[in-house]
Every structure is written in C-alpha cells, then in structure tokens.
Design a protein around this ligand. Structure first.
Ligand SMILES: [Zn+2]
Length: 320
C-alpha cells in the first residue's frame, strides 16, 4: 500500500511541461459478444465517469456484487487471461479484461464504468480493434483534472524460468515498451517489437493484433471445458509452421504485437500511466502482474506524479 502523502516539488526543468488532462468517454455505449472461455453471449456497456474515479467493472448478473476496481492488486488469476475479482467471493470475477483495458489505455482514457452481465469480457475478434471502434463511437471527453502518472524510479525485475519482465526508469515524458517472444512453433519463432506508448502507435502498431493459440493447446483447453467460445474468428490458431486461419495474418509479426497489446492492458492496472521503460522476454499476464506488484511493494521503486496548473509537479505519494 501507499504511505501518506508528503507533497514535495520536483525541479520544473525536469518536467518540460508535458501534462495531460484526464479523459472519459463522451456517451454510454454497449455491445454483445461471446466470451472466449465460456462461449456465452455477454453484454458489455461502457459509461462515462468523473475524474479520479478510475476504471471500475461491475457484474450486473449477480445481485449485490461489489464493483471491481481495475487495479493490479485486484487481479486473482492470470493463467489464460487477466481476471479481476472480489476477495473472498470468487463468483464475482471478470476474466479477459486485458484487451479492453489496453484499448482504454491506448486512448488515454482512465475513467470509465464498465458493466458486464457475465464472467468475462466478450472476446470480439481477439484484438483491440473492435474495442477501439466502440470507444470511437462513444467519443472522448477531456475532463478538468490533470492525469497523474506513476514514475518508475528504480529497476524492478521478475522472472519465471527463462522468462522475465523488467520496469526501469526512463524518459519522464513517455513510456517505452520492448517485447521479445520465442516460441518453438515455426510460424511464430522469435519476434521483437519496441514501441513508445501513445495513441497513434497503439492504433497503428498493435490494436489489430489478435490473440493466438496452438492447435494442441486448443484440444487441452476444450477437454478442460475452456475456450468454448474460441474459433478462427477470434484467435489465430498455429499448427507448427502453419497458420490455420484461411485469411492468414494481419501483420507478419502479429504474435509479438499481440503480446505488446496484452502488456499495455496489463500494465494499465497500475491505475495511472507509467513513465519509464518496460522490457519483457516471453512475457505474459502472470509476469506482467507480478512486476506491478513488485513495483508498488519495493520502497522507492516508484512515485506518483501529478502535474499542476503551472506545469510543475509534486510527489503526492510514494511506494511504501
Ligand atoms: Zn491477449
């Protein structure tokens, strides 16, 4: 948890005045789609929210279900997707939030109320493209409040086997991401992408990249009663050197672009945009979540920065 706030000015010359207002969507908007794992038809509705309210999910099919704040410490499961849930009440959970979270983060939208009548967010086409379309249809409202940011002050690294992810200090005005994947399947192999976070980069470089799976994994998931809504309409399916989707890939390195999109969605659970660098090797939802937990649990690893009207900024709280 964060310790108490002690405002402390930081030299103005380090800031260069680049600050952003908080955003929400302009109008409510809804859609329906299948959940990847349950195969159920699920209704999703996004509603505007006031400044500093964050992104909050609400199950509408469970009577009296508590709202679920989209924050790293509310994540209860990361094996197949990023799942948030109420502690002590496993029924009140929502899976596969990462592509919607990435789309909101990609557009710089940090305040929305999200209503869903089932246990997962519709998978739509397996990418962020259709969520972007929803957001574009709803429109964006700029709110009268500065967007706080989380500055990474020290390296934080987590590992699992040969996979690792790291957050490190970097440019105070931006967030750089670097992702490398390496799969034995020849159709995927080793791929690398680097991106400076921003709406244009998100829209053009990663939003259209679909989730992917391997033929042998599908059989295992189906046997376990999962991936019931999975099809060639919402995932790339790889079989060795072959992509089984008749339309092929949207981009030659669509796989690593999707992992980058997942990372953007998972890291948005910091609650405010990060300032610094992210590097990931064979990264996935589990490591993406663990590195945020490590960031906020390590003394001095980060601090919250809030622009002020004079484009100065203040430390308002520090990691305990
Ligand atoms: Zn994904």
């Amino acid at each position: 948890m964060f310790s108490q706030v002690v405002p402390e000015p930081i030299p103005v010359e380090r800031f260069h005045g680049k600050a952003f207002r908080q955003k929400t969507i302009r109008n409510s908007i809804s859609c329906q789609g299948r959940g990847l794992h349950t195969g159920e038809l699920i209704s999703l509705r996004l509603e505007p929210a006031e400044a500093d309210s964050g992104i909050v999910f609400q199950r509408t099919d469970l009577v009296g279900a508590a709202p679920l704040v989209a924050r790293y410490d509310q994540v209860i499961e990361t094996r197949l997707s990023t799942v948030i849930g109420e502690s002590g009440n496993p029924r009140n959970s929502i899976a596969t939030i990462e592509h919607l979270m990435a789309s909101l983060a990609g557009c710089g939208i940090g305040n929305v109320r999200i209503f869903v009548d089932g246990p997962e967010i519709p998978v739509l086409d397996g990418s962020a493209r259709e969520f972007l379309f929803l957001i574009d249809c709803a429109g964006v409202d700029v709110l009268d409040a500065w967007q706080p940011m989380v500055e990474i002050c020290r390296n934080v690294r987590v590992e699992h086997g040969d996979a690792w992810v790291e957050l490190s200090p970097g440019d105070l005005e931006g967030f750089d991401l670097d992702v490398t994947i390496d799969f034995p399947a020849e159709a995927v192999g080793r791929q690398h992408i680097r991106l400076v976070a921003g709406e244009e980069a998100f829209r053009h470089e990663v939003a259209a990249a679909r989730t992917f799976t391997f033929r042998e994994e599908i059989e295992m998931l189906r046997a376990a009663g999962l991936a019931r809504g999975g099809s060639l309409q919402n995932a790339i399916v790889v079989d060795g050197a072959e992509v089984l989707n008749p339309e092929g890939l949207r981009q030659a390195d669509e796989f690593v672009r999707h992992k980058m999109m997942d990372a953007i969605g998972d890291l948005s659970l910091a609650g405010s945009p990060l300032r610094g660098r992210f590097s990931g090797y064979k990264c996935g939802h589990a490591l993406n979540n663990q590195v945020l937990r490590a960031l906020f649990a390590t003394a001095g690893a980060c601090r919250m920065i809030v622009p002020t009207a004079r484009s100065t900024r203040k430390i308002v709280r520090e990691a305990a």
